[in-house]
Design a protein around this ligand. Structure first.
Ligand code: SAM
Length: 265
């Protein structure tokens, strides 16, 4: 087989292997995501040619192959069962996308997928839950789409469905919890204490002895925004980009924009 890795050639040489619906994998059985839902999942995650998609538990490779063929994405499918991984590799070649899709035979709990910009899952609730801490450490903005199974109390940002099945999507949020010191380009410095439960945020702002709850705090990937009322009763909108323990952004009020930096203490 031209273009397939040595392990795939070794497994498939002379083989007429065909996977069986419901055959057991390591942690989850094999069932393919129907094409209609694959399209909806990729659409929901807004996959483009700039993305690197990882399908955790790749089965016959349908999600990785579709992402490459229809949307030009680079894709990696991690599949534990060597025969199924080799079968997926033959499908990659049949689809003519071997320059974009790599099938890796391995365990999703032992394989690094931290570079992914999009993750797709069709696993089980408890496996999603076990993967969750690793997923939450990924780059903010990474999209995660799961066929059927949720992430327990991490609510999805979007849901889609077909007549028979549903999928949910999450955007990995930046970690913003803690006490932040804001330094505006001009005007008084202030402090904000942010609380966070996944993508939901709230907080309190302190200037001198005055405290007030933030209004309308929102976190989308690494973008944080909130509003507060200044001492002169003007409403300010803060928009920030979070980079680890730093933020850069703008404080906008009455048509005036003041740049600021913020630092987590
Ligand atoms: C329900 S199927 C989904 C296949 C594909 N992602 C799709 O949506 O069409 C789950 C796949 O995960 C594989 N699998 C189970 N446990 C795994 C593990 N620990 N590491 C890698 N693959 C695994 C199974 O062999 C099976 O092919």
């Amino acid at each position: 087989m031209v273009g397939s890795p040595a392990w795939a050639q070794a497994v498939t040489n002379g083989s007429t292997y065909k996977p069986t619906l419901g055959q057991m994998g390591k942690d989850v059985m094999w069932l393919p995501t129907p094409n209609e839902l694959v399209d909806k999942m990729l659409d929901m995650a807004k996959v483009t040619a700039q993305d690197l998609l990882y399908d955790l538990g790749a089965g016959d490779g349908v999600i990785a192959i579709t992402a490459a063929k229809k949307l030009g994405a680079q894709a990696v499918g991690i599949e534990y069962n060597p025969k199924l991984a080799a079968y997926a590799q033959t499908k990659v070649i049949e689809a003519g996308v071997q320059d974009k899709v790599r099938i890796v035979q391995g365990d999703i709990f032992q394989t690094d997928f931290s570079q992914a910009t999009v993750l797709t899952l069709y696993l089980l609730p408890e496996i999603n839950y076990q993967l969750r801490p690793t997923i939450l450490k990924m780059k903010p903005g990474t999209r995660v789409v799961s066929h059927d199974f949720d992430m327990v109390e991490w609510e999805p940002d979007a849901v889609t469905q077909t007549v028979r099945a549903r999928a949910m999507m999450w955007v990995v949020p930046a970690n913003v919890a803690g006490l932040w010191s804001f330094k505006p380009g001009h005007g008084a410095p202030f402090e904000v204490r942010l609380q966070q439960i996944f993508q939901r945020v709230g907080g309190v702002m302190r200037t001198g002895n005055q405290e007030q709850a933030l209004v309308g705090a929102q976190l989308q990937a690494d973008r944080l925004s909130f509003q507060y009322v200044a001492a002169d009763q003007s409403i300010h909108t803060v928009k920030a980009m979070v980079q680890g323990d730093h933020m850069l952004g703008q404080d906008i009020s009455l048509g005036q924009t003041v740049d600021f930096t913020a630092q987590r203490r």
